[in-house]
Design a protein around this ligand. Structure first.
Ligand SMILES: [Ca+2]
Ligand SMILES: [Ca+2]
Ligand SMILES: [Ca+2]
Ligand SMILES: [Ca+2]
Length: 355
């Protein structure tokens, strides 16, 4: 017999289910597999600047992004273009955009692959005081705006995150990777090594900030030189084998006082963007059943494969105690059953925590 009486309790559970993504510049298991892996060794030094792989997960109202690799503290720019709305710019037109950090002037005429129309840009600069990270956020196009939303110092603050910016973005940064891809510029990267890197730049982006996207999100990630005018060969989606640094002109040359207008990503094989198709995973308990005859209590929740969970209970929602841990995920949903539970014992609050 299933009792509807506990629907009230169920609602309370929904609000307290917790997934554990820590924004600390370190890859969490909850991300799952890589969405994009580097194909070419870096032309920006090793250790220097490299992009090994990209991971992402959407949870409730946030997009989490983990870019493994390194960013040299010489003002190299990590540029993350986001296509999360219809419309936007397939070709960057300088005077349609906010020119924070002088990016728009330098990208004037730059063209993305067919199918990518940029709506937002995140810039991570590394180098001020040799240790600091600056974060810029830009909404492209008419009515858009851009500027610095935070300055953080992972080295001197003694932690890798989370650091919260003024607009709700959260960043974590761990630059200690010494493995991953090598620096024989343009040669095929060892993708197994690239996948083994677990540190780099991690971001938590409020979905509201990027237009509350309802369908897939596309990202074009690249590492640029200090003036936004000398591109490396480090892109995700990755450049094809034998691609060296693009430079200013797409051929590796530096052209003073010029833009990246000669660069058209359609000229490089494959898509230099990746797609985040994960439907938003709601933190949801989907079943709470008490069998009065057998005195069995079953709790079912939406789960991630390959992780484990802990169930906790509370009588006041303030202090919580473990009732079971190490519950191995059963896949897309997980059910845990407690046998012989007295009815008064279920008049409590329950919550599920990802371990
Ligand atoms: Ca993390
Ligand atoms: Ca778009
Ligand atoms: Ca490396
Ligand atoms: Ca391309």
């Amino acid at each position: 017999m299933k009792i509807s009486l506990y629907i009230l309790v169920l609602k309370l559970i929904i609000t307290t289910l917790v997934f554990s993504i820590e924004v600390d510049g370190e890859l969490d298991d909850a991300y799952g597999g890589a969405l994009s892996v580097q194909q070419v060794q870096t032309g920006f030094g090793d250790p220097g600047s490299e992009l090994d792989a990209a991971y992402s997960i959407l949870l409730v109202d946030r997009l989490y992004l983990m870019l493994t690799g390194n960013l040299e503290p010489n003002f190299n720019k990590l540029e993350i273009f986001i296509d999360s709305e219809s419309g936007g710019q397939n070709k960057i037109i300088s005077n349609l955009n906010s020119n924070n950090d002088n990016w728009a002037e330098k990208f004037d005429g730059f063209t993305f692959d067919k199918g990518f129309t940029a709506d937002y840009l995140l810039i991570v600069r590394h180098g001020f005081g040799s240790t600091q990270l600056d974060l810029d956020f830009t909404k492209l196009g008419a009515g858009g705006s851009g500027g610095m939303v935070g300055r953080f110092d992972p080295i001197n603050s003694g932690k890798n995150g989370p650091f919260e910016a003024s607009n709700g973005l959260v960043i974590g940064f761990n630059n200690t990777n010494s493995g991953g891809i090598g620096s024989d510029q343009g040669q095929r990267a060892n993708q197994e090594e690239a996948r083994s890197v677990r540190t780099g730049t991690e971001l938590s982006i409020p979905l509201e900030l990027i237009g509350s996207p309802k369908s897939e999100i596309r990202m074009c990630v690249m590492i640029n030189g200090q003036g936004h005018d000398y591109l490396s060969n480090q892109f995700l989606g990755a450049m094809p084998e034998w691609t060296g640094n693009l430079g200013t002109d797409g051929l590796g040359g530096y052209v003073e006082n010029s833009s990246l207008g000669d660069i058209d990503l359609n000229d490089f094989e494959g898509d230099q963007f990746f797609v985040i198709t994960n439907a938003v995973r709601s933190l949801e308990v989907i079943g709470f059943d008490y069998d009065q005859d057998l005195s069995d209590l079953s709790i079912t929740w939406v789960s991630n494969p390959g992780v484990s969970y802990r169930l906790e209970s509370s009588i006041d929602m303030k202090s919580w105690s473990d009732i079971e841990d190490g519950i191995v995920s059963q896949g897309e949903s997980t059910t845990h059953t407690f046998l012989d539970v007295e009815e008064k014992e279920i008049r409590k609050f329950f919550r599920v925590v990802e371990e």
